[in-house]
Design a protein around this ligand. Structure first.
Ligand code: GLY
Ligand code: MN
Ligand code: MN
Length: 475
């Protein structure tokens, strides 16, 4: 946890934005995966962590901004709990730790909410994403399960987004410190990127480096020689020379702040000329964003800058053609980068995505989301401000089925050399992802050292692993 005052201050700022309101927060429960006592590792709800910092199951809280009273709903542990899971501070002590005014037994939440509803008060809550929370809210509020999400409070969401999207110094320090483990995850993968090693071996090693950081991975590891499939979690291939290994992986800090990086390494540690050409384009797109992202700049414009860089680069190698501005307007880059340039990062890898992407990444200034492939998947379009943390993750992918579809439809045919593209259908995909902190005068890549990114740096890291790491795996 951060200091008690951190949570008190956050709740005070929220109360200032939501006067005379009753705000209800349901923490996460343990979640079973195949029978009740066989549970996934517990992950607290991020809104609950942000406002209260208490990282155990079985909690709920109410902030009444009319009376100024905050209440934790929690039970003291029983002797059985102590035997199975160890001792735990009392409910009162946990409330004190978070600077919450009082603790009441869990079962009294039903009465408190029922009284509020009977007196005609609106109960504000954020959209639940787990079945048990939906059921709990439905019971408390007298709604059908299917009605719960649509009854979430947009004003509460907007207030929380306005707070969480600008990171405090304690959050930046925590994220900054934890980037070192992201570095270790990716350099370990680079050193293992050699023929005969399996995707499973590498995924396990990346997972191990995340665990060493005191947390778990921040999303299921993507570790694949088929990088053109964006969320590939198969881990079924052995590496062979000539392929590219794409690893997209991040880890959670002890306070649950996420890192999120992608690197692409040539198996065997040497890029072919064709791979290097495409890699340099992706790196140029990544660098262009890191050079230009700054307060006042729309992140959507950084998406378009990356696309422009990709179009120019692909024109130079004969895959695209025509006028760059026209190609950009037509959305032709979406064939190669069918995702957005980045998203907010914080307590969630896709920070606050449970609130609804458009309420996080779009506003009156940005207008609505595009429907183009690629730009339409952009999660963060807003004007940047100092304290934002966003990912910078351009990529170029050669997706045979998508190429065939566009070719058959003649889509963007003025800008794409489909004949030349045929020979790239076995290429795979490249993505390079860094985490950017927006600073008062620009931005910087988070972490003490940037994870090796230039072709020379990636090759040097991969070649370091020709001996020791692979020996460890094959012993
Ligand atoms: N790892 C998911 C992403 O980069 O957005
Ligand atoms: Mn990622
Ligand atoms: Mn990302």
């Amino acid at each position: 946890m951060f200091s008690t005052i951190t949570y008190v201050r956050r709740r005070q700022r929220l109360a200032d934005l939501m006067p005379d309101s009753l705000l209800l927060f349901i923490g996460n429960e343990n979640s079973p995966f195949n029978y009740p006592s066989n549970e996934y590792r517990f992950r607290q709800d991020s809104t609950f962590l942000y406002l209260f910092g208490l990282d155990t199951p079985g909690l709920a809280a109410i902030i009444d901004t009319a009376s100024g009273l905050s209440t934790l709903f929690a039970d003291d542990v029983t002797m059985d709990d102590i035997v199975w899971t160890g001792p735990m501070p009392s409910a009162d002590d946990r409330a004190k730790l978070a600077g919450i005014d009082r603790a009441l037994p869990s079962k009294s939440l039903d009465d408190v909410v029922a009284r509020a509803l009977a007196s005609g008060r609106k109960v504000h809550f954020v959209p639940p994403y787990r079945g048990e929370t939906i059921v709990r809210l439905a019971d408390l509020l007298g709604l059908k399960s299917a009605q719960v999400v649509q009854n979430a409070s947009e004003s509460l969401i907007r207030a929380l987004v306005s707070l969480r999207i600008v990171k405090e110094q304690c959050e930046i320090d925590e994220m900054e410190r934890h980037m070192a483990f992201g570095y270790n995850m990716h350099t370990a993968a680079m050193r293992l990127a050699h023929e005969g090693v399996s995707e499973t071996d590498i995924m396990a090693r990346v997972d191990y480096e995340a665990l060493r950081g005191g947390g778990v991975v921040s999303f299921p590891i993507i570790c694949t020689v088929n990088g053109e499939t964006l969320h590939n979690h198969g881990y079924i291939h052995d590496l062979t020379n000539g392929k590219l290994l794409l690893v997209d992986a991040g880890c959670e800090s002890p306070n649950h702040y996420a890192t999120d990086h992608t690197r692409t390494t040539p198996v065997g540690g040497r890029f072919s000329n064709r791979q290097r050409e495409i890699y340099e384009i992706v790196l140029a797109a990544n660098d262009a964003v890191a050079k230009n992202a700054a307060p006042g700049v729309f992140y959507r414009d950084m998406h378009q800058l990356a696309c422009r860089t990709i179009i120019e680069g692909l024109k130079a190698v004969g895959i695209m053609t025509g006028d760059t501005d026209e190609a950009l307007q037509a959305g032709a880059a979406g064939l190669f980068m069918p995702h957005g340039i980045g998203h907010n990062l914080g307590l969630d890898c896709h920070d606050m995505e449970n609130y609804g992407e458009n309420l996080v990444g779009y506003d009156e200034e940005t207008g609505p989301r595009s429907s183009q492939l690629g730009l339409g998947s952009l999660r963060m379009a807003k004007r940047l401000v100092a304290g934002n943390v966003v990912t910078d993750e351009p990529g170029i992918y050669f997706i045979p089925e998508l190429i065939d579809r566009w070719k058959a439809a003649g889509h963007c045919a003025d800008f794409i050399n489909f004949r030349r593209l045929e020979s790239y259908k076995d290429f795979g995909g490249i993505r390079i992802e860094d985490d950017l902190l927006i600073t008062p005068d620009g931005c910087r890549i988070m972490g003490e050292k940037r994870i090796p990114a230039t072709p020379a740096e990636v090759e040097a890291e991969a070649l370091k692993g020709r001996t020791e790491d692979r020996d460890i795996l094959t012993q």
